[in-house]
Design a protein around this ligand. Sequence first.
Ligand code: FAD
Length: 308
Amino acid sequence: MLRSALLAAARSTSTRRLVETTPLTTPVVGRFVAGNSLAEAVQATRQIVDSGRVVTLDHLGEDTLDAAQAAATVDAYLRLLTRLEEAGLTAGAEVSVKLSAVGRALPRDGERIALDGARRICEKAAAVGTTVTLDMEDHTTTDATLSILRDLRADFPWVGAVLQAYLFRTEQDCRDLSGPGSRVRLCKGAYREPASVAHQGRQEVDRAYVRCLRVLMEGDGYPMVASHDPRLIGIARHLAERAGRAPGDHEFQMLYGVRPEEQRRLAAEGETVRVYVPYGDEWYGYFMRRLAERPANLTFFLRSLVSR
Ligand code: FAD
């Protein structure tokens, strides 16, 4: 119930106005978001890379209906990639892109605009020697995202995609994307989805996650296990070993601010661990999804508001 309410609030403009008046310095927001500025994002990246983990950076933003805003987001990614190269960080840092931030939801030609924007980001990533992963949004956008992925992969075969285990369709999508060179980030899924398209119970989602993991680990691609769930991480390591995979031909991914000790522990054991680092002003939707994942976060957040 609470999860649904928070996910509904993630898309409500009035709640957004209310929550956004909270400065980013509020400890709970700052826990999940590396900062407003590019400089802060690069600084966080450097710290993570120095600690033996790698990074994927997300310039926050989503659902834009403004063409100028979509173009500005593409430019922000180009600046980010330039800065990562200047800082000598491209071996340890790639970028994650939400297609709705680069124009997919625009009423006229949205998909073409998003494809063009994502292509420019990929060209720049190729020039500086790193990669791009396309985030996955709600189920109404899955086909469009996978279609843009196919177009991009024709020129940039290393472009990665996210698949969400809670969707009924995902096991088949995993099969389709388990070929050589394919990079798939498997997560549980963070949006409010109807029972007609997605598993609703935790156990069903976890079981689906394991089925999808098995397909990816037994395939020829590069699985990216995006979860903080200790049980699923254990199963992933077991499946990787059973499929004859060694550390380095798959990786574990977690969000900035979530289970950092576990991130360091896995990295110390020789696993590749990538941290998803979001930054920028448009933190509202991202932050609300993090609250929805763990109701205890909401308590901390409300407490921090009261104590201001
Ligand atoms: P859960 O069962 O939710 O959590 C397991 C444990 O992890 C919890 O008990 C808790 O200890 C800890 N934990 C999990 N979440 C939090 C939190 N917010 N705060 C504090 N502790 C927490 N979803 C999408 O729909 N599309 C995407 O493109 C996408 N990209 C992602 C990229 C990465 C790298 C990661 C790690 C996740 C991404 N997600 C995405 C989110 C994902 O779908 C889940 O909502 C999220 O990871 C929580 O699921 P879990 O597997 O960690 O399991």
